[in-house]
Ligand binder design. Structure first.
Ligand SMILES: [Zn+2]
Length: 263
């Protein structure tokens, strides 16, 4: 992935002791990216992560993906995981949308390169607080300005064509759709049922009632047909009959004249 700045950290395993990457762990810095750079650059901190994402969406890398970072408070997890830190987690340091979006792109890239498939919390992507022995119960979200990890996961899945939650829940959404006449929910029963039971009759009734003959007052099909359309048709019909009678009488006259000449 482009746009990643290498920072490096001395705090990591050499390799992964035969483990392959099968998960991502999400963290919050409880601080700024710049402070995290400093912290991870010192061997005395004994801490690192694979990546860190800042408030403008900038991504720093501290540890190669080939090596386990010292991030999760668990050797088992560190040796299998790629860890991502996020700026935020304190009252005065927001976790920004740019940070969430950059993290989603990074997670999507990691998932694709390591064949993780659709990301699911507890399966192939973990919150730090989900990792035994649960040393960081607030990381990354149960703190002020915590990480919106659900948005990160959903957006990453969307980028990789898994459609986030929207597709997984499409069936439920269709079934639970309820027509809302006058703002009140009709019984949930699915799009098709509610369309037939509520929406279609309403629409048909509306279109009948609102029909107006050539800009006359709206009054429905039957009223306007009787008041405007039928009189018009009768008038037209009367005219046609009058014209035809005229033609008939002219024709009769011609016939009687013709009879006169032949006599
Ligand atoms: Zn953490």
């Amino acid at each position: 992935m482009e746009g990643i700045t290498w920072k490096g950290s001395p705090n990591h395993y050499d390799g992964r002791q035969g483990n392959k990457v099968d998960r991502i762990t999400l963290h919050v810095m409880a601080g700024y990216l710049a402070g995290t750079d400093t912290l991870f650059s010192r061997s005395s901190s004994q801490a690192s992560s694979t990546y860190g994402v800042g408030g403008n969406g900038e991504i720093h890398q501290y540890v190669s993906e080939d090596n386990g970072a010292w991030a999760d408070g668990s050797a088992v997890s560190n040796l299998r995981s790629i860890s991502i830190e996020h700026q935020g987690g304190l009252d005065f340091i927001p976790c920004t949308e740019a940070c969430v979006n950059a993290s989603a792109r990074l997670c999507a890239d990691i998932a694709r390169r390591h064949g993780l498939g659709r990301l699911e919390r507890g399966k192939n992507i973990f919150l730090h607080r989900d990792v035994p022995p649960y040393t960081h119960p607030a990381c990354p979200d149960l703190c002020p300005n915590g990480l919106d990890w659900q948005a990160v996961i959903d957006k990453a899945n969307q980028i990789n064509g898994y459609g986030g939650n929207a597709m997984a829940n499409a069936g439920d959404e269709v079934w639970n759709w309820a027509y809302k006449p006058n703002g009140k929910n009709a019984t949930p029963g699915g799009n098709m049922y509610n369309l037939l039971a509520y929406e279609l009759p309403q629409r048909v009734r509306d279109s009948i009632m609102q029909y107006s003959y050539k800009g006359s007052a709206p009054g429905g099909n039957i009223y306007n047909t009787i008041c405007f359309e039928i009189p018009g048709m009768l008038k037209h019909l009367t005219k046609t009959i009058e014209t035809q009678q005229q033609q008939i009488s002219e024709l009769s006259e011609k016939i009687s004249k013709l009879e006169g000449t032949t006599k």
